[in-house]
Design a protein around this ligand. Sequence first.
Ligand code: WT7
Length: 630
Amino acid sequence: MYRIKSKNDYEQSYTNALEAPEKFWADIAENFHWHKKWDQVKSGNFTDLDFKWFTNAKLNITENCLDRHLEKRGDKRALTFEANDPNTPTTHYTYKELHQAVCKTANMLKDLGVKKGDRVCLYMGMVPELLFSVLACARIGAIHSVVFGGFSAQSLADRINDCECNLLITNDGSYRGAKSIDLKGIADEALETCPTIKNVLVHKRIESNITMKEGRDVWWHDLYDKASSDCPAEVMDSEDPLFILYTSGSTGKPKGLMHTTAGYMVWAAYTFQNVFQTDEQDIYWCTADIGWITGHSYITYGPLLNGATTLMFEGVPTWPDAGRFWQIVDKLKITHFYTAPTAIRALMACDEKLVEAASLSTLKVLGTVGEPINEEAWHWYDQKVGKKNCPIVDTWWQTETGGIMISTLAGIGECIPTYATKPLPGVKPELVDEKGSVIEGNDVSGNLCIAGSWPGQARTVYGDHERFKQVYFSTYPGKYFTGDGCYRDKNGNYRITGRVDDVINVSGHRIGTAEVEDAIDTLESVVETAVVGYPHDIKGQGIYAYVICHSTPSNLEEFSKQVKDQVTKVIGPIAKPDKIQVVTGLPKTRSGKIMRRILRKVAEGRPDQLGDTSTLLDPSVVDDIVKNAQ
Ligand code: WT7
């Protein structure tokens, strides 16, 4: 197996991966099922951007997630589903049952004409059929593109059109706490502008009145019950695309990061096993949504590749009350619990009795992901949830990295509040200064880059390799630039300090300032907008929008509502600005560039720290902005 078991093991593995990467990765890859093994473990580089892993190997990732376990773990629980409503009985699927469900789903897709290489969009709630659909695509070699169920019709349409999906799978609606979301209605609106979609497969989840479009829409249950549970896996090349997942950046529309089959598989499996260190009987729960990379790698692929039991939760942490997570932990005897700092902060702010009412005695390992965790939240998590008895793995990674890059290995490495700590073997972090020089030594800060490829890395931006190069490899040629700032302490531990680009991290969701600005600018009354992030107690960062209008709105409250509604309509509720300030001008340099540094300081409530404003075209706009700050 490929499990690191001790500190010594870790150090040895780190050296091995550095000095003899081909052997290191070949030894790990040996653990999987291949139709044909690789000719070369790795090839290519960051200059030509042609890196590949396990070249010419043949495999199917679902055989590794499912078929491979049938003999030894056929009757073991693979997937447990906890519904939104606590009174709904929990459902369980063994590896045998999950295998059947995935094969049936795959046959439905085939019946609908989906072929290897086709793109399938999944716009669903957190129901088991979402996970079946993800794996069904992989089973037949179709490329899945999951779109988070909180995105708007326009965002969904943009994503469908960008990669020209021909099938959309959705629910009639989804439950989220006390609310339900009209997924099919939103999908119908999106599809008015999506010519490539031939069919919509609709899984019924809620009781709702939806319209089924003749000739286009088909009910899941009509096909599923008839579908055969025999579906041989399509044999894929190691570098065949597995999925596309959209994420926001500093500029432009969200990018479709493309991950390929073998490298991603090895990375998801290896990182899951070594970071979480689950044992055969453990029950693992990651609270993310499958609409994000965390749900791809650590609800779906990572746990299943390791034969673990993974829990999918449909609801929200605060409904029916803010003790829901803790009640589920006790009820399902969760051993490994992986969530986001924003959830911890939100629950911390609720009645302590709710967490104290739970025993939480089955917990062994806690994890966090998505944003920097503050000291207070870390200690609350450690004391109230972990009872000072569970290692906390603070896992740093990104949609682009495919899986965890820097993290403590549970029970092996040191846990230091607010630190991701050490890189996994195979990961070479470098801190780089503004000029591009690598900063050596310890107790230093810089921009975080990764030197050299790792198997799980995204291979391109779908349909735009030039943009891939531009965004990640041009700032510091020859290195992958993460967009994060980072501190390395005197012992070589890494602490991620947050984005250094124009990306805001709101409740662990990545939001590009440009996207929010563009959305607000579509309002007729608006001339120009500048958006920045500011520290927010629960969300980590909040969104602050400075808006110039053609004429000052007579009712500011009404105007703010319009702005929020517009952002919700164009992007989705997650990108709604928290604060909106109408301004008469924006601080611009003589070349017309907005000085966001100034806007950030005002949003932060630190107008005393504006620094040099003399290079501004019109420094007087700053006084006006400071005077009317929200
Ligand atoms: C960005 C990536 C990784 C899956 C979820 C988010 C921030 C992520 C941490 C962490 C500090 C973190 C970074 C990164 N981030 N994990 N443990 N500590 N910051 O994936 O949407 O691609 O966002 O999230 O800023 O660049 P994503």
